[in-house]
Design a binder for this molecule. Structure first.
Ligand code: FE2
Length: 396
């Protein structure tokens, strides 16, 4: 069976290497947004997609003022829920058509960005429902311009090929994956992340760290994805605890946005691994926040991989300048693992999750194995029993 999985991973790597995934144009700061606005046709209305919380907190104010300054007509859609639904997408699409919009600006976390991506998708696939679009390469069309402005540093959705939409009636989620879902433009504006509470800064930051590490240690990394992963990990190790302890530190905030973007570029090409496979089950079953679930699982899963990933961990440690000449691969790997553990401690990440019921462990492990195999190009395979052991470690 594992031979079949590796064949599948080889095919994935060929697709990613030879077809290539587009990158958004990258801008930074409000000045970057103005630069983007200067390229926009003043007769082409924009749909600004966000959520009510960000709107009420005043997070959108300056961005909207800049759109006005550049005399671009805009219409606001802020009904996106934390787990965006099919109705959120369809209502946004109705407004997009009613106002004859020609592009979108999405300002928010991963949910807002995913919803905006799917409004853009549905605008070019009017006859296909979101359910019909789930899976790989069902869109295959150029989308209208989408300017993605993340307000958290973690998901990397501003540069990824996927969107996840909830169907509350069927009590399920649909993941839509297609290269055309990569937004045309990404703008990283550090002041927009200043008001993010520190525990969310920690969890989303570790989500980005997990994207970078899982993509780097996996089997289908390319030169580009590996380079982006390394850059992300170094930025996170050097900036996350500062962003956590000093929310107003704009340099740390900007570095974390950049790290999240790089990590997004890495994992959208080289995928993720068992940390995500298990974390998604905690999210689905208990509503555990994605970043928190990853944070709790990161060390146990890395320790499970053991010496199989020591060479990659040693590379990362070297790149982050944590090592000295002459140290063994094992020593370097241990230095990196210790650095990650210290970071998690500094971020007050717990070692356990109170919501895990021991009676659920077998089902969670089964669902995680189903998600991981064959899709995730993990460095070494885990079986059901080993997965159960990891989950058991997280119970109180
Ligand atoms: Fe993630």
């Amino acid at each position: 069976m594992t031979f079949f999985y590796r064949c599948y991973h080889f095919i994935l790597k060929c697709i990613i290497t030879f077809i290539g995934i587009p990158n958004p144009r990258l801008y930074t700061g409000y000045s970057g947004f103005e630069q983007w606005l200067k390229t926009w046709d003043q007769n082409a209305p924009l749909l600004v997609v966000s959520d009510e919380t960000l709107f009420n907190l005043g997070v959108l104010e300056h961005t909207l003022a800049l759109i006005d300054k550049h005399k671009v007509p805009w219409h606001l859609y802020i009904d996106v829920l934390p787990n965006p639904t099919i109705d959120n997408v369809e209502n946004g699409l109705s407004l997009y058509h009613a106002k004859q919009c020609a592009g979108l600006v999405a300002i928010g976390g991963g949910s807002v960005l995913d919803c905006a991506k799917m409004i853009a998708v549905r605008s070019v696939k009017p006859k296909k429902s979101i359910k019909q679009l789930k899976g790989l390469f069902k869109v295959l069309k150029k989308l209208p311009p989408l300017c993605a402005i993340p307000t958290t540093a973690g998901t990397g959705s501003e540069t990824t090929v996927a969107a996840v939409i909830n169907d509350p009636k069927a009590q399920t989620k649909y993941a839509i994956t297609d290269f055309c879902l990569v937004p045309s433009d990404a703008i990283l504006i550090a002041p927009l992340t200043q008001s993010v509470p520190n525990f969310i800064t920690a969890a989303t930051g570790v989500d980005a760290l997990t994207h970078a590490i899982e993509s780097y240690i996996g089997k289908i990394g390319t030169d580009f994805s590996n380079q982006q992963a390394l850059a992300a990990i170094k930025l996170i190790l050097n900036n996350l605890s500062t962003a956590y302890n000093q929310g107003d530190n704009l340099a740390a905030r900007e570095n974390m946005l950049l790290a999240s973007f790089y990590a997004g570029q890495a994992f959208t090409r080289a995928s993720v691994g068992y940390v995500h496979a298990i974390a998604h089950q905690f999210g689905a079953r208990y509503g555990t926040a994605h970043g928190l679930a990853n944070s709790v699982l990161l060390m146990p899963v890395l320790r499970f991989y053991g010496e199989k990933i020591f060479p990659q961990l040693a590379d990362i440690a070297d790149y982050c300048q944590l090592t000295q000449a002459g140290q063994s691969t094992q020593t370097k790997a241990t230095i990196l693992l210790d650095a990650i553990e210290q970071l998690l401690l500094a971020l007050n990440i717990p070692n356990t999750l109170a919501e895990i019921r021991t009676t659920d462990i077998a089902e969670i492990a089964a669902a995680a194995m189903k998600e991981a195999h064959p899709d995730y190009p993990v460095p070494t395979f885990m079986n059901h029993a080993q997965c159960e052991v990891i989950i058991e470690q997280l119970t109180e």
